[in-house]
Design a protein around this ligand. Sequence first.
Ligand SMILES: [Mg+2]
Length: 395
Amino acid sequence: MARYGSAYRASAEKETGMEIMDVRAIPLRRELRARFANAQKWIGSREYCLVRAETRKGVVGWGECWGPIAGNREIVERTVAPRLAGERVDEVEALHDELVFELRSSYHSFVPASVVSGVDVALWDAYGKSVDRSVSRLLGGRRRESVPAYATGHFFRDVDSIEELETIVAEEARSHVDRGFTALKQKIGLGRHFPWGTEEDLRLVAAVREEVGDGVDLMVDANHSYDVADATRVARGLADYDVRFFEEPVPPEVGYYADLADRTVTPLAGGECWAFREEFDRALAEGGLAYVQPDVTSAGGITSTARVASMAEARNIQTYPHVFGSAVALAASLQVLATIPGDPMLEFDRTENPIREGLAVEPITNDGDRVPIRDAPGIGIEVDEDVLAEYEVEL
Ligand SMILES: [Mg+2]
């Protein structure tokens, strides 16, 4: 048996209108008013490589690639677009597998997962819009009409003292609670940008917990910045603050989750840096994860995120998709969230991001501590072409 689908897939109907006629990459960028940082890097602008796929009937689907525009754009337009010409959007899962196989042949040690992801999401959106069904229905059914959301933010700012940062982060936490959120995620891992360490990281957590009280769910994210010793120290310290999960304590390629889980009481989360079934299979088999976090823009699109959710369910592990993209990524993530077994939550990025807010004709917003999941064709949004033109850049 061939590991991947045969190249001789044949369609019963020769012409359906769902043939892919055009695939292109659209680079967007917007500078931010004030930069912010996670444990890895300072972020002064938001940029996205969107994917636009158009069918013979003129239906347009949108996708989004994780990461810098450079690289994603070239591979989408020069390698993937010619390969997909004439294929049908309702064969998206088969096309996904064939793309992975063919890109591995081209790139060997790295398959450009962000490219596969952006294209996969665009094809699902075009498929749904072609048959007038939401992606959540095409995936097999909606388990919920809205999903609880946690506010992601609390990034580091340019400050001179830890006290100043504690005040900024606590005030931000208060603002999210005032807008109806009952769950928050904050950043830790100051050591790369500031002359501080794990003690100050825990002070930030204490400041937020003190500000919002015990009735709010709190999560922390170290963006895989700690070594084993610091990850263990912080995990033990977090036990004092009733933290729902400790995200990415160590680098994604380091197999330490199982050991760390044995040493601490705080549940662990991770997965935003992994792609495709095989990496997630290894991570889930190693153990130690309580929450797994595939991202539709980097794990392999809607196809891979739904597959990972199913794999995780088989191990009784909850999937909370990672979301830090434009309105396209947010809408696509919501469609998968409608279908995930158990009690998933939406990661709702609350940082300043005009592309996330403005790109959809009807922006996606929270209703208290939940976000409604649209049952509209495709990923459920229409892209505002004027906003798109405003943010498009030539690089
Ligand atoms: Mg994270």
